[in-house]
Design a protein around this ligand. Structure first.
Ligand code: SAH
Ligand code: SF4
Length: 426
């Protein structure tokens, strides 16, 4: 594909006028979000509370097809049910949402405030049809939403704004789904609809897998969101037990694996989870996933100037993936505040791509804009969580430089596996 120029970094405007640092998080609203409930659960609640079961259908219609964000606005329900629902549930778990439109209207970044004050992001990307007279599927207009699965992330990849935030908490199923409902309402108001969803926002989806799977079930369900599995992609930094669990479940969606390095010493630094599940185990699990489901695995490779973009890295990648049902996406790194690194220049990306292609592996060059990669996810929330002091940034940069220099000499990291990354089968 012809590489497009990366979009200019959008100006950050004050959103909500808030800067909720992690410690500013307040108590959580304990009422479950309605979108996280399976239809049977809502019917059972209606029956237990003495209301006819068909009322559940009306609530679900409002939740998945209506514009309402509070029960009081669902006028098809009698007031007594609206009040009872409001006591037990929330119709929308996004307490507040502000949308920042960039890229001449092609990208909408939404910053959502949750009930406890934490901020998460979703990014809606519009892809106009390339040729209005062409009707083939590949040419159709697309609207892709990149969603978050956790507030923060425990994996701590040093080039990632979310990793730098650290882990706050897992999102509830409804908090995952309400990002989708929020974007969908905005699209429907313009006579459009969501065509693709990617779990490439904040967080590691395979470390919140039960809720991610419950949300995908709701997204697939014709009675709820009704989006085909082919249109959903889940990206992981390499949680091997999680990948195996997905393989056992069968073809539910496209799996993307964030590789970023084919050699263990460097991947230990770039994706610290590699210290628990090394790259060959990750690729073996992904290979088995492709073989069992028949679905091609996508590998993401964020390219960092002078760090993971050498000929030796390209050759190691080619050896690692040779003969696999795989596709590699090369993405020059977006600059983030706390790293000393910059994205690889396009000429070097192209050279790298050619070397990997020469080994018979499909490669696409992508940028943050013009792709399905929500690579900037986390950056907005990180900026609003408050910047670290210059001395903290300086120390982080020094640590990253020292660790990556040791990795480039081929030394394995002696740093511990990041805390909070569990066994990954949760
Ligand atoms: N935690 C999951 C999914 C969210 S991250 C994962 O890591 O796969 C989604 C993608 O954005 C990942 O491939 C990640 O490596 C990439 N990414 C994060 N920060 C980036 C940056 N500064 N520049 C480019 N890509 C980035
Ligand atoms: Fe977490 Fe993915 Fe960011 Fe790594 S790249 S810190 S796994 S969100």
């Amino acid at each position: 594909m012809t590489a497009e120029l990366p979009a200019e970094k959008p100006a950050i405007v004050p959103l909500f006028g808030l800067r909720p640092a992690p410690s500013a998080a307040g108590p959580r609203d304990q009422r479950p979000g309605i979108s996280g409930l399976a239809p049977g659960e809502l019917q059972a609640w209606m029956q237990v509370n003495g209301h006819p079961a068909f009322r559940a259908r009306q609530v679900l219609d409002a939740a998945w097809r209506g514009k309402q964000t509070t029960f009081a606005e669902i006028h098809t329900l009698p007031p007594v049910i609206r009040e009872a629902l409001d006591e037990a549930f929330r119709l929308d778990t996004m307490a507040e949402t502000e949308v920042l439109v960039t890229d001449g209207g092609l990208t909408e970044k939404a910053l959502h405030r949750l009930s406890d004050g934490l901020l998460i992001e979703s990014v809606l990307m519009h892809y106009p049809a390339r040729d209005a007279t062409e009707t083939r599927a590949a040419n159709r207009e697309r609207h892709t939403l990149c969603i978050s699965s956790q507030a923060g992330c425990a994996v701590g990849c040093p080039f990632c704004a979310t990793g730098e935030l650290g882990m706050e908490r897992d999102l509830e199923t409804a908090e995952i789904l309400d990002q989708v409902r929020n974007a969908s309402r905005r699209l429907v108001a313009q006579g459009k609809h969501l065509t693709n969803i990617v779990f490439m926002g904040m967080g590691e989806p395979l470390l919140n897998l039960d809720r991610v799977l419950a949300s995908i079930e709701a997204l697939n369900d014709m009675a709820r969101f009704g989006l085909g599995a082919r249109h959903i992609t889940v990206s992981t930094s390499g949680v091997v037990p999680g990948i195996r669990r997905l393989t056992a479940l069968g073809p539910q969606f496209t799996l993307a694996v964030s590789l970023h390095a084919a050699r263990n010493p460097l991947r230990d630094v770039l994706v610290p989870l590699n210290r628990r599940w090394p790259v060959e185990d990750v690729v073996a699990a992904a290979r088995e996933h492709a073989a069992t489901t028949g679905r091609r695995v996508t590998y993401e490779f964020t390219m960092i100037d002078g760090i993971n973009d050498t000929d030796a890295d390209a050759d190691a990648l080619a050896v690692l993936l040779r003969g696999d049902l795989a596709h590699v996406n090369l993405i020059p790194m977006n600059q983030v505040a706390h790293t000393p690194w910059t994205g690889t220049p396009i000429a070097v990306v192209e050279r790298f791509a050619e070397r990997v292609r020469a080994a018979g592996i499909a490669v696409t060059i992508r940028f943050n804009r013009g792709t399905e990669i929500g690579a900037a996810c986390g950056q907005l929330a990180a900026e609003h969580a408050g910047q670290p002091t210059p001395i903290v940034v300086q120390r982080r940069r020094e640590r990253i430089v020292a660790e990556s220099a040791a990795a480039l000499r081929g030394e394995r990291s002696s740093e511990p596996v990041p805390a909070g990354t569990g066994e990954g089968s949760a």
